[in-house]
Design a protein around this ligand. Structure first.
Ligand SMILES: [Mn+2]
Length: 269
């Protein structure tokens, strides 16, 4: 298993500085979030970026593709970008927010069709699209409202895989999200097995959806890594600490120290 870091934690830094930092810290991958609009660079600058990424010993682990059901053009542009940056995975998210429960099924159909269309597009390009279950969000406002995501729990992902009906759509399992949703992370990993093609790592405290540094909360990282090893997972563990924007270098350093020690302890380093 290889370690990567999500650029959403480096929102205040340029993509170049982020990549150089991650390379220096010993990461093997960089995950490009929407915070870094690399798709807006011209072809020559994208080529230069790929060269820089390789020169510091990184590869692009995954690219976030936005909200395909809202902006298909953006998602396709991110798939094209993945091809150019030699990135194997593009994340298509968790479907729309459910603001009104009576609209859940019509939203489901709309999102399912968008996933199917984009999976076919990605297949032609040799990129693996993934969906990522996400916990509900609290929307502040006059009354305040807790809104579920279309794909929140593992059974939602299972139903989506079944109904989209294509082979290449995979799962991005965000370990913290599984804890927030109170599912058993070890059974979820075992259940999806080879469907898991990308992993987000962060710690969780009191089932609150806030991404803490690995090793500072309730997540059983040793159990998680053992379970991933058991299903033969050899791809990226991508640290995702989007709120640690003020000192992301420290967050990235402490995360890789923790994860490296764990991988070493388990004979995986
Ligand atoms: Mn995530």
């Amino acid at each position: 298993m290889k370690l990567s870091y999500n650029t959403n934690g480096f929102a205040r830094f340029s993509i170049e500085e982020t990549v150089e930092t991650l390379g220096r810290l010993g990461y093997e991958g960089v995950e490009i979030a929407r915070t870094h609009r690399v798709d807006e660079l011209n072809k020559q600058d994208r080529g230069k970026l790929l060269k820089l990424i390789k020169s510091v010993g990184l590869q692009v682990a995954s690219i976030q593709g936005g909200n395909p059901y809202l902006d298909e053009k953006f998602a396709k542009a991110r798939i094209d970008l993945a091809v150019e940056l030699e990135c194997p995975v593009v994340s298509l998210g968790c479907g729309r927010l459910i603001m009104d429960e009576s609209k859940r099924e019509s939203i489901w159909v709309e999102v399912r069709d968008a996933f199917r269309e984009l999976s076919k597009y990605a297949a032609q390009k040799g990129v693996i699209p993934v969906i990522e279950p996400e916990p509900p969000v609290f929307l502040a406002g006059e009354r305040g409202q807790v809104c579920e995501r279309l794909i929140g729990r593992s059974e939602d992902a299972e139903r989506m895989f079944r109904e989209v009906g294509v082979d290449n759509l995979g799962l991005l399992i965000d370990i913290g999200h599984v804890y927030v949703m109170e599912e058993n992370v070890l059974s979820v990993i075992e259940k999806f097995g080879k469907k898991i093609v990308h992993v987000h790592m962060e710690d969780i405290v009191d089932r609150m959806h806030f991404h803490f540094l690995p090793g500072t909360g309730m997540v059983d990282f040793e159990g998680v890594v053992r379970a991933l090893a058991k299903i033969g997972y050899k791809k990226f563990l991508s640290i995702e600490l989007e709120a640690h924007v003020w000192d992301p270098k420290k967050a990235a350093l402490e995360s890789i120290q923790y994860m490296d020690s764990l991988l070493y302890k388990l004979g995986l380093k």
